[in-house]
Design a protein around this ligand. Structure first.
Ligand code: PEP
Length: 228
């Protein structure tokens, strides 16, 4: 069985009450694949405000999901109003997304900013999912997972072809020496099998399809079935 890595990105969605319901509902829907999930890291990356609530809900529901933030400050703690430092994130999560295209586009985060963030995350003991739109964008050393996410495929319902995604993923692996490279861009339960059955692609990075427990569970089940 291929070892998959699945990361869901909620973006800026869900109140605390909605977050708790999501965990409860998903835990029930994944109970039949609990054994498979012990070998398949599934990370849910949520807004800062949901991190603590989800952490406790996951413990109570006994569901084997890891927790990630979606951003981290490039500064240590101190006089940086509105920022959340890597040390603060590490208290409640093990993973962090750095370099998502929405951060690059709407918040003007540059490769230089992102390299600093990756270093801060690493220093704090966080594991990094580093997003790139292609195989030419620099990837800082020491990141655990790279997410290849073509910008035009994010939230559009259009996906890269599995063959092209596989070629780009292989090229990223060759250039960066990162062993785990996943594909993101309109992945759903209906198309996930086409991506994970490409040998180079180590997993997927759904945004929209991670918000609804029914859709996320369908995606996880389909990915597991395709790689058995
Ligand atoms: C994303 O948030 O990184 C993403 C790929 O979103 P979606 O699956 O909705 O395209």
């Amino acid at each position: 069985m291929k070892k998959l890595f699945i990361a869901g990105n909620w973006k800026s969605n869900k109140t605390n009450a909605e977050s708790q319901l999501w965990v409860k509902d998903l835990a029930t829907k994944l109970s039949d694949v609990a054994a498979d999930l012990s070998n398949t890291p599934v990370v849910v990356c949520v807004p800062f405000t949901s991190l603590s609530v989800i952490r406790y809900a996951l413990g109570a529901a006994h569901v084997s999901l890891a927790l990630g933030a979606q951003n981290v400050s490039k500064f240590d703690e101190g006089a940086y109003t509105g920022e959340v430092s890597a040390k603060m994130v590490k208290e409640v999560a093990d993973w962090v997304i750095i370099g998502h295209s929405e951060r690059r586009k709407y918040f003007n985060e540059t490769d230089e900013d992102l390299a600093i963030k990756a270093q801060k995350a690493k220093d704090a003991g966080l594991k990094v999912i580093y997003c790139v739109p292609d195989d030419k964008t620099p990837v800082p050393e020491g990141v655990e997972v790279v997410g290849y996410e073509p910008v035009w495929a994010i939230g559009t319902g259009k996906t890269d072809s599995p063959e092209n995604a596989s070629a780009v993923v292989s090229s990223i692996k060759a250039k960066t020496k990162v062993a785990t490279v996943i594909y993101g861009g309109s992945v759903t339960g209906d198309n996930v099998a086409t991506f994970v059955s490409q040998s180079a692609i180590d997993g997927v990075f759904p945004g929209g399809a991670s918000l609804d427990p029914e859709k996320f569970s369908h995606l996880i089940h389909a990915a597991l079935a395709a790689t058995k």
